[in-house]
Design a protein around this ligand. Sequence first.
Ligand code: MG
Length: 159
Amino acid sequence: MKIKIGIGYDIHRLEEQRKLYLGGVKIPFSLGLVGHSDGDGLIHAIIDALLGAMGEGDIGQLFPDTELQYKDIRSTELLKEVMKRLRKKNFKIIHIDSIIIADEPKLASHILDMKKSLCPILQIKEDQLGLKAKTNEGLGFGSQGKAVACWAVALVNKK
Ligand code: MG
């Protein structure tokens, strides 16, 4: 058994006339994340962490933002594709930890819904997925309601 680790990071701008999706959950807010897909930066960070752990490229290589088939796609669909790849290569997730950095909206009350949305796709139990929502104290970088930034690390093993 080989144990591997991967890290992922993503940031998306918040703008009007976009829906806000994070961790596969639609969150009521006046702004949403801009992206070729639904802009779900938490899922994108998790995907990059998983791809990194598998020793593969990144989300942009796998799902190019020039391809129309990925326009406005729900990121949960992209994650399902990555999980197919992971299983095909005989990897299993041991643990994922993640941080969402956003001054607004407040996300603590949505964490459980995010776990319920992500764990079945990742095929892990809720105690194998860490999700933490932090603010940046209004100091810029994913703060002041301008953007949401996400970090994720994934530990996997290969049979
Ligand atoms: Mg992204």
